[in-house]
Write a protein that binds this ligand. Structure first.
Ligand code: HH2
Length: 289
């Protein structure tokens, strides 16, 4: 059987290529005290490196390092503090994990620049570069791929009352518009990745509609990154037999279901906390295509 079609390959600024002919896993490393599911667990450099090494052993293709939680209600972390959190970790990872591909999860151009200088090669911006006017110029200058993610509102208030006429059409239109703006600023098309921003200014039914229509995002022609990992809309579906709601770290099976569905709909990049389980889900789903 011929291999199923992938998404466009992504050239990295150091000459390597992230090929998307098969599913790729982005392991999450939050160097924050307050992230919604792993806050405080990987704050020191040693704890962060140990966890990153584990994710690399489990098959992570990319490690996404963040120094600011964007959970609902969060207020933002000043760029110097974000840089203080992420830069030493990135330097250690580059020194200690051969061939590691690092992305930095930030909407600050100053933090992104410091991370790129330390060895990161991808910028993951949950504001789709609306948070800092210098972000697209930086991505263009450095030739690094940038993830443009959809969010309605800001993390502080995004879950207050999200509203859409047609969530799938609006998210697609927003992402195309941001991709066009990025190209106008000099970012090359094959370095633009898009992300529906699951949980960012969306109700459970908005998230489910986007997941059910991932093929429409894939059809836009940019690599799609999917970030559902441990998110609370799944907890609302997966009530335990005793009526309680699972904690975020108990939503591994739920996350794997979205990963498998994403593969079937053509997505090839998954941002997850639980690398081994999602790697397995992605690979098995891929082999069924
Ligand atoms: N989700 C989170 C953070 N960054 N980036 C992209 N591209 N897509 C996502 O869905 C996404 C993201 C939120 O998850 P997490 O990092 O686990 O939590 P926190 O923001 O609390 O650190």
């Amino acid at each position: 059987m011929p291999p199923p079609e992938g998404q466009p390959n992504v050239p990295l600024p150091d000459g390597r290529t992230l090929t998307l002919d098969r599913p790729r896993i982005m392991g999450i490393l939050n160097v924050t005290p307050d992230s919604f599911s792993d806050g405080g667990r990987f704050v020191g450099v040693d704890a962060a490196v140990t966890h990153a090494q584990r994710m690399a052993r489990e098959g992570a293709d990319i490690l996404d390092i963040g120094g600011e939680s964007t959970r609902p209600g969060s207020q933002g972390v000043p760029p110097p503090e974000q840089a203080r959190r992420v830069v030493p970790v990135i330097e250690e990872l580059v020194a200690r994990i051969e061939g590691v591909v690092i992305s930095v999860d930030t909407s600050s151009a100053a933090v992104a620049e410091a991370a790129l200088d330390a060895g990161a090669v991808i910028v993951n911006d949950v504001t789709a570069a609306r948070g800092d006017p210098d972000m697209l110029l930086l991505a263009a200058e450095r030739g690094c791929p940038i993830v443009l993610m959809h969010m309605q509102g800001t993390p502080g208030s995004m879950q207050d009352a999200p509203r859409y006429g047609d969530v799938v059409a609006e998210v697609c239109a927003f992402l195309l518009d941001r991709a066009n703006t990025a190209q106008a600023a000099g970012v090359v098309k094959d370095r633009i990745l898009i992300d529906p921003g699951i949980g960012f200014g969306k109700t459970k039914s908005h998230n489910l509609a986007l997941l059910a229509n991932l093929d429409k995002l894939v059809a836009l022609g940019f690599p799609v990154l999917l970030g559902t990992s441990r998110k609370r809309f799944m907890g609302a579906i997966c009530t335990e037999p005793d009526g309680s709601t699972p904690q975020p770290d108990e939503l591994v099976g739920a996350t794997c279901a979205t990963t498998a569905l994403g593969v079937a709909k053509g997505v090839r990049l998954f941002r997850v906390h639980d690398v081994q389980a999602n790697r397995q889900a992605a690979d098995v789903a891929y082999h069924m295509l």
